[in-house]
Design a binder for this molecule. Structure first.
Ligand code: THU
Length: 130
């Protein structure tokens, strides 16, 4: 699957967003090294802090089904149906991605391709625990 298709999957996944509070719909599509795609959306809660972002729902779906090696994620977010403004993954999602993905992991946003190392250059990993 190419990154354009991966991006389209993220936009499609945003349709399932449960976001009655922010009204900001986010979809993510995560590509495994085997070529399988797991999608996710943001799921909000009346107890706001329990909200989960689209990226983490995709990661948790994949890992819980036995997939934990990833090559790319596409993220599409919009409050008004216009997905042209880049929706950058939040710090919590970057840290969760960092658990499974290397510096070269690709993050596809509306403005093109980025690397995980661009957004989280000094990430905390298992190496810091040694
Ligand atoms: N959100 C995501 O799902 N992913 C992001 O990359 C940024 C923010 C969600 C969380 C919340 O439901 C809404 O967008 C507004 O912050």
């Amino acid at each position: 699957m190419d990154y354009k298709e991966l991006w389209n999957e993220a936009v499609k996944a945003s349709a399932f967003s449960y976001s009655p509070y922010s009204e900001f719909k986010v979809g993510a599509s995560l590509l495994t090294k085997e070529g399988k795609v797991f999608t996710g959306c943001n799921i909000e809660n009346a107890s706001y802090s329990l909200t989960i972002c689209a990226e983490r729902s995709a990661v948790f779906k994949a890992v819980s089904e036995g997939y934990s090696e990833f090559s790319a994620i596409a993220v599409a977010g919009s409050g008004n149906g216009d997905f042209t403004v880049p929706c950058t993954p939040c710090g919590a999602c970057l840290q969760v991605l960092s658990e499974f993905c290397g510096d070269d992991f690709v993050i596809v946003l509306s403005d093109g391709e980025h690397k995980l190392s661009e957004f989280l250059p000094f990430r905390f990993t298992d190496k810091n625990l040694k």
